[in-house]
Design a protein around this ligand. Sequence first.
Ligand code: FES
Ligand SMILES: [Fe+2]
Length: 345
Amino acid sequence: VELARAETLPAAWYHEPSCYARERERIFAREWLLVGHESQLPQAGDAMAETLAGWPVLLVRGADGEVRGFHNVCRHRAGPLLWDGSERCRVLRCKYHGWVYELDGRLRSAPDFGDAEDFDPARFSLHPLRVAAWRGLLFANLDPEARPLEAALAPFARAAAQVPLEAARLEARASHELACNWKTYVENYLEGYHVPYLHPALHSEIDVKGYRVEVGDGYALHFAPPRPSVREPVYEGFWAWLAPNAAINVYASGMSVERMLPTGPETMRIEYLFFFRAAGESAAAEREAALAMCARVTDEDRRICEAVQRNLRAGVYRSGRLSPRHENGVFAFQERVRAALGASA
Ligand code: FES
Ligand SMILES: [Fe+2]
């Protein structure tokens, strides 16, 4: 199917638990997922845990400097090694009955366990995941068979070669809970069609006639030329969506890394990491302004996505059509989802 004839995904895919279950297995357990930035784990023993589409995971920097990833699931009775968040630790000690794992995942000891027969601790290491870094960003993959990160990211890496991703430091974070399916929000991110109606402040800065989205293999880029009257455009830069659920938004003052994390069939969380270039007094005001603007635009998007979600679930809408002028990014995303889930979904 081509874009000019394309229909949107069926409405049921945005709320049925069976569809979400398939996405967890076929998208989130197979693709490289952006999980954070190396500067969040500066030292040996620094660890962070979170839940990626229902998969509890942890990342930890070992004594050898390597960042490793594991399922945050103890081999005894499935307790968590870490609570969600970050901490510094010397070993990974299960929160439930205190089993101790080395930072490389091997089971060191099972305190006060008793005389178990045929119990070989070497067979009870934590389940590993793959972790790889690209230009300071950390990615994880649950699939041992997945192609290497460099191969998956190669087309995007070429598109971003000139973008100064290392020029800014991690300074702030924010998260937003949304009552919508993760795809509802990703699709909203992937088009500028809604800007004039939903984001008045943003609309006053950019020339919507020149707005376009360019789709690449595993990514999409927004091009939003500033209106000629705007002297110092806040929004000019490099805004990229990275399949399946991340975005990297680079502006004059710094960048934000945005993750769109499903937390259930009809709920999700957006996690932002904010990076800024300048430090000091004058930068503080600029930083506050950038954070406030991001919060405002996110809130405008949240409101519409939650309303769309209610309408997708209500029952009258089955599917619609996509704008050939504006929704090529949405189309590319929906084609990926179709391919991942298969025709049976
Ligand atoms: S579940 Fe981890 S020690 Fe029991
Ligand atoms: Fe928006």
